[in-house]
Design a binder for this molecule. Structure first.
Ligand SMILES: Cc1ncc(COP(=O)(O)O)c(C=O)c1O
Ligand SMILES: N[C@@H](CCOP(=O)(O)O)C(=O)O
Length: 469
């Protein structure tokens, strides 16, 4: 299996090199040269596997022998041994035809752990094999940061720096990131939004001299390994729900911001999993909803919402989808991305829009609707949704066709977002791991959303902290 850039100027690199490159050196995103197709009989056999066994089968297609079988199996076992649920990502029936896929049983109570426990262990494995220090640079709207830090903290040969938008993450998210007292971890709270953070890290990664000098690595969904590990739970959920309902195809409603999670579902479908509609659930930051409805991809006004992790305008993985929408034509992607940079928007014609609507449905959830959905589901079934999952459920209510079976991805535990839950007049108890955070000192620096200042902070961090392998 080889990997190529959506913009065409990186070709023919293997799995480990793709992990290490993160953002493609031409500014695009890496994708597999050819998506593996899983035959029907193999899907049948996969439906009987445990989560870890399934993860091994799926990830193996993409690793393609670059990691010996037993090493890869160990990496997977280690990654999911930290989860509190034996099934890793269990599925709960919440009402007729609607299942919730609980992705929050990992160490930081968000879906990011599913991929970042794996990527953290993978980086540590690569550092040990190659003797190379790994310096991670990431941006977060709240969940990736905590999960990435948890995935690598204490691992030899790894430093990490995370940018988060100052004052725009929930209290628990901030505490999870900033209470880690470890000199290899640097938290920079930027005066700006997640979009500023993501733009800055992409610009720093694009400075290849700086990237190579400091061995900079990505943990965001910029890194294809993140998407890959997230693909596994679509298979797992599909198998559980198909067994229970007899459904042949299953829809997925996905709380969406950076488009990574739903792109993992798109990839699963392209591999042969019988996925029906992929429902893009956004909050008021609804650029993706507008694209799917009207064919115009253009950032709008930024809103701070009850689902802050989805407060994203420019969705990184949209470029990966464009690549497939445009018939795997890197020149066309490159031209459109240039146009986006200069004109601030991408417009697709009727024919392509028809294809988009075949692939996706979309619904932008208002703040009022988000809270109302939390209240009504709690009242009717006693099931407490976090505000991101609530957007997914509200989109299911609006866009799933009657009689079709749908899985809504539950991307976080409600305890991470008590600010929103309290507005629903619901009292929740914090899990002990979260409760403990409130007594700890915090370590962070507030900085301008400025490339130079952040690059300097990074250089100081690398100079002043030593890591052994
Ligand atoms: C809790 C939660 N839900 C949903 C999302 C959106 O996922 P994606 O960015 O992969 O679209 C995020 C952030 O990524 C998140 O943290
Ligand atoms: N919502 C995310 C934003 C970054 O997404 P990623 O999947 O690219 O890491 C977050 O919580 O940080």
């Amino acid at each position: 299996m080889k990997y190529i850039s959506t913009r065409g100027n990186v070709t023919d690199i293997g799995f480990i090199d793709s992990v290490m490159m993160g953002l493609a050196n031409d500014g695009g995103l890496l994708v597999p040269e050819k998506i593996p197709q899983i035959p029907e009989e193999k899907l049948q056999a996969m439906s009987k596997l445990s989560y870890q066994e399934l993860a091994y089968e799926i990830i193996s297609y993409y690793v393609d022998g670059e990691i010996p079988e037993n090493d890869l199996k160990d990496l997977i076992q280690k990654s999911y041994a930290t989860f509190r649920h034996p099934e890793v990502t269990p599925v709960q029936k919440v009402k007729d035809n609607m299942f919730v896929l609980e992705l929050f049983h990992g160490p930081t109570f968000a879906f990011k752990d599913v991929a970042l426990q794996f990527l953290g262990n993978l980086y540590s494995y690569i550092a040990k094999k190659t003797g190379e220090t790994i310096n991670i640079l990431g941006a977060t709207s709240g969940d990736t940061g905590a999960s990435a830090i948890e995935g690598v903290r204490g691992k030899e040969g790894i430093r990490i720096c995370i940018l988060h938008p100052h004052g725009r993450v929930s209290k628990v998210q901030e505490l999870q990131m900033t209470t880690v007292n470890d000199e290899t971890v640097l938290n920079l709270a930027i005066k700006g939004t997640f979009d500023d953070g993501q733009r800055i890290i992409k610009e720093i990664f694009a400075d290849l001299e700086f990237k190579n000098k400091y061995h900079l690595r990505a943990i965001n969904s910029i890194n294809f390994a993140r998407i890959l590990a997230q693909t596994v739970y679509y298979f797992y959920a599909y198998f559980q729900v198909a067994k229970e309902t007899g459904a042949k195809t299953v829809n997925f409603s996905v709380p969406t911001g950076n488009f990574g999670d739903i792109f993992a579902g798109f990839l699963a479908k392209k591999m042969g999993l019988p996925v029906g509609k992929l429902i893009v659930a956004t909050n008021e930051n609804n650029i993706l909803e507008r694209f799917i409805e009207e064919g115009v991809y253009q950032p709008g006004e930024f809103h701070s919402t009850y689902s802050p992790s989805m407060d994203i305008q420019v969705a990184s993985n949209f470029e990966r989808y464009l690549y497939y929408l445009l018939g795997e034509n890197p020149k066309a992607v490159s031209d459109l991305m240039k146009q986006f940079k200069t004109e601030g928007k991408i417009v697709v014609g009727e024919e392509l829009l028809g294809q988009v609507k075949e692939d996706y449905a979309a619904y932008g959830v208002s703040g009022k609707e988000c809270l109302q959905t939390i209240k009504s589901y709690y009242g009717e079934s006693g099931y407490l949704l976090d505000p991101h999952t609530s957007c997914g459920v509200a989109a299911f209510e609006q866009r799933n066709h009657t009689g079709e079976v749908c899985v809504t991805l539950s991307t976080a535990h409600p305890a991470k977002f008590n600010e929103s839950i309290a507005l629903c007049d619901i009292e929740q108890e914090y899990p002990e791991q979260i409760h403990q955070l409130f007594d700890r000192p915090q370590y962070l620096e507030v900085v301008e959303a400025d490339n130079e200042e952040i690059s300097q902070k990074l250089e100081e961090h690398f100079r002043s902290t030593s890591v052994s392998i």
